[in-house]
Design a protein around this ligand. Structure first.
Ligand code: NDP
Length: 441
């Protein structure tokens, strides 16, 4: 057995059956959103006219191929993906080191989220300024081809996950920190079961030259596509109805704020479980490239089809929920990041020293619960859903899904920390007994 890459014995998601179900089930869910929330909207509260929905589902071989492999949508998506990849390499940014890997090395990362966002905004605003009638064909394309785009991102995720899985077996060209040509694999994705490892991600940090595929996919093509799909909803409503409802503007602003914050906090992502522990396989490919842009725009797509006037008071209330969530989310993540970098040493905060040399903070936000940042993030999700009013529970899908994701993430992280810190983690749990919601859970 390789010293560098221990064989994974633990299986997540109930092993092979669970990962197969998630792979096909979640792809089905985002396609279903496309069939449910469109111009032929046929939902009344909890009642869905399934016969109307079913009529839209492609059943012939030609229609299925067109859904997943429409040439124009694929060309557009590949151009989008490639331009972002090139920009990621050439745009200037702060050079940073990642965490120390199992072979003792650290990877170099370039943090250039801000230049990327500024460039995208400059292109969009100048395109709008010179356009006649504020019409942008690229935004119209996104709206008009939503289903094909969904199919393309699913198919693309399958292909990319397969390519990185195959590449994980090819020895490195140079040598790793242990003097061998072995790639560093994920501690979770090296079971030997091809489908399971393909799903979880076999290699920890697949790269093409300087481009770190995992970090790139996490913060660029999916996150920014979500932003553009949301904008395409405003664009479509304006050109169809001649006005944009306050609810659609609000959800766009709230989500754009979250997206920009995510991109500008790129440094913080380097210490997230996704980057430090998970391999890059279908789970992250699909999550970043398909699930995120297609399912997170559900509220905007709904509000485009069902224009809703919230009024000033409701807008302020929704903003209040967002502000509270963001306050907790941002300050808690910032505090952990500052603590890890030693910036809070002078404050004498309560902490526990672990055997590995790292410290666990048990004070401030991190004295309230073990993942208070998750609670803030969940409140943010509530604010997005609340913009849609209470006509259907479908638009509240996000908070239910995200709540379960965070709950599952907490259990995974607990398992990781228990294995890493042993009895010190138990001492930490005694000091900070609540997992996410203070005094409740
Ligand atoms: P955390 O930011 O909570 O990080 C967990 C890690 O931090 C642990 O593994 C441990 O790592 C370290 N740690 C835990 N407790 C302490 C402590 N008390 N003191 C010091 N270090 C500690 O989790 P995530 O990486 O999962 O999430 C980061 C953010 O991303 C969250 O705000 C989350 O809400 C958000 N997120 C958003 C998603 C979305 O789709 N919108 C999806 C997933 C996450 P170690 O000790 O090994 O350094």
């Amino acid at each position: 057995m390789s010293k560098l890459n221990p064989v994974t014995t633990h299986r997540e998601f109930s092993g092979l059956p669970g990962t197969i179900a998630i792979t096909f089930g979640l792809a089905g869910v985002i396609l279903a959103f496309g069939f449910l929330i469109n111009e032929t909207y046929c939902i009344d509260g909890v009642n869905i006219q399934w016969d109307e929905v079913w009529k839209q589902v492609p059943l012939s071989k030609e229609d299925i191929i067109e859904l997943f492999f429409d040439k124009t949508t694929w060309v557009a998506y590949l151009i989008w993906f490639s331009i972002l990849a090139v920009l990621d390499i050439i745009l200037p940014g702060k050079e940073m080191k990642g965490i120390t890997l199992r072979d003792g090395t650290q990877l170099d990362y370039k943090i250039n989220g801000w230049p990327m966002i500024m460039l995208l905004l400059t292109i969009l605003t100048s395109r709008l300024a010179i356009s006649s009638d504020y019409y942008l064909p690229e935004l119209a394309f996104l709206y008009n081809n939503h289903l094909k785009l969904t199919g393309t991102t699913i198919a693309f995720s399958f292909i990319l996950a397969t390519l990185v899985y195959i590449a994980s077996f090819i020895p490195l060209r140079g040598k790793n920190g242990m003097g061998t040509k072995e790639r560093i694999l994920s501690i979770n994705g090296n079971t030997g079961s091809p489908f399971y490892d393909w799903f979880i991600g076999r290699e920890l940090n697949p790269r093409i030259g300087y481009l770190d595929i995992k970090l790139f996919c996490e913060l660029r093509p999916g996150l920014l596509l979500w932003f553009l799909i949301n904008l395409s909803c405003i664009h479509h409503q304006y050109h169809k109805l001649g006005f944009v409802s306050d609810s659609l503007i609000l959800v766009n602003v709230l989500q754009a704020f979250y997206i920009v914050d995510g991109v500008q906090n790129e440094e913080g992502v380097l210490s997230m479980i996704d980057i430090t522990t998970d391999g890059f396989g279908y789970m992250l490919c699909f999550g970043d490239l398909a699930w995120l842009p297609i399912s997170y725009c559900l509220q905007a797509r709904y509000l485009l089809i069902k224009p809703l006037n919230l009024g000033i008071t409701n807008c302020l209330l929704v903003n209040g929920v967002m502000a509270l969530g963001f306050y907790i989310f941002h300050l808690a993540n910032q505090q952990k990041s500052d603590f890890k970098q030693g910036k809070l040493d002078h404050l004498n905060l309560k902490l526990i020293k672990t055997k590995t040399g790292s410290k666990l903070l048990c004070d401030g936000w991190w004295g309230l619960s073990q993942h208070i940042n998750y609670l803030g993030d969940w409140f943010i999700g509530w604010s997005w859903c609340l913009t849609t009013g209470f006509e259907t529970p479908l638009t509240y899908f996000y908070v239910i899904y995200f709540g379960s994701l965070l709950f599952h993430r907490q259990t995974r992280d607990e398992m990781k920390c228990r294995a890493k810190y042993g009895s010190t983690w138990e001492e930490y749990e005694r000091k900070v007994p609540y997992k996410i919601i203070p005094y409740i859970y």
